[in-house]
Design a protein around this ligand. Structure first.
Ligand SMILES: C[S@@+](CC[C@H](N)C(=O)[O-])C[C@H]1O[C@@H](n2cnc3c(N)ncnc32)[C@H](O)[C@@H]1O
Length: 178
């Protein structure tokens, strides 16, 4: 991935590091941190929240997007009635409040299991606050209105208009933070 990134933009600065520590990055150097679909894959959410806060300048902003923990898409069942009405059912095989390491079998072109970590939505919120962030926006992104989505087909387009796949937090490091 790093090789591909360098080929596409040789002027970029690339590092191999874990986002739960960001050990190669000094304190208070970035204006923005963006994390797309990563936090649910980390056993150490608190470490990542602290590292994002640490590397931001005071007044800096982190935008983090991750799988919606309330609506596990892997266990969603969609039924279509004759009139075209769709019912989506989410099945839970364990209590929502239980924190769990999950292993899902590979799908599509993937060859290895997917390992991820279920935790209730409130755990994320609390981890961000404990790290020193202020939550300045919260969104459940969806397609529609002024939000275009390059859906592969009508089924995916309908899904992205009607089902919450992810959550997005905008987090601010207060300007008087160190
Ligand atoms: C679901 S993928 C998302 C990839 C990409 N951000 C995107 O939007 O397509 C999750 C990514 O998180 C990476 N990842 C998992 N643990 C990590 C860690 N501790 N530090 C940095 N990246 C990690 C994985 O290697 C994987 O590439």
């Amino acid at each position: 991935m790093i090789e591909i990134a360098r080929l596409r933009d040789p002027s970029g600065a690339y590092r191999v590091d874990s986002c739960t520590s960001l050990a190669t990055i000094e304190d208070s150097v970035f204006d923005r941190v963006v994390s797309n679909y990563v936090l649910m894959d980390l056993p150490d959410l608190e470490g990542a929240a602290e590292a994002f806060h640490r590397v931001l300048v005071p007044g800096g902003v982190a935008v983090v997007v991750f799988s919606h923990p309330c609506f596990p898409q892997g266990s969603a069942r969609v039924e279509e009635a004759q009139g075209g009405e769709r019912t989506v059912t989410y099945r839970w095989s364990f209590p929502y409040f239980e924190r769990r390491r999950q292993v899902d079998p590979p799908w599509g072109h993937f060859r290895a299991d997917f390992i991820w970590f279920h935790r209730p939505l409130s755990d994320y919120w609390k981890a961000f606050i404990r790290a020193g962030f202020r939550v300045t926006d919260f969104e459940e992104p969806r397609a529609g209105g002024d939000r275009a989505f390059p859906a592969a087909d009508e089924k995916h387009a309908t899904n992205s208009r009607t089902r919450p796949y992810s959550v997005a937090f905008k987090l601010e490091k207060p300007s008087d933070a160190r």
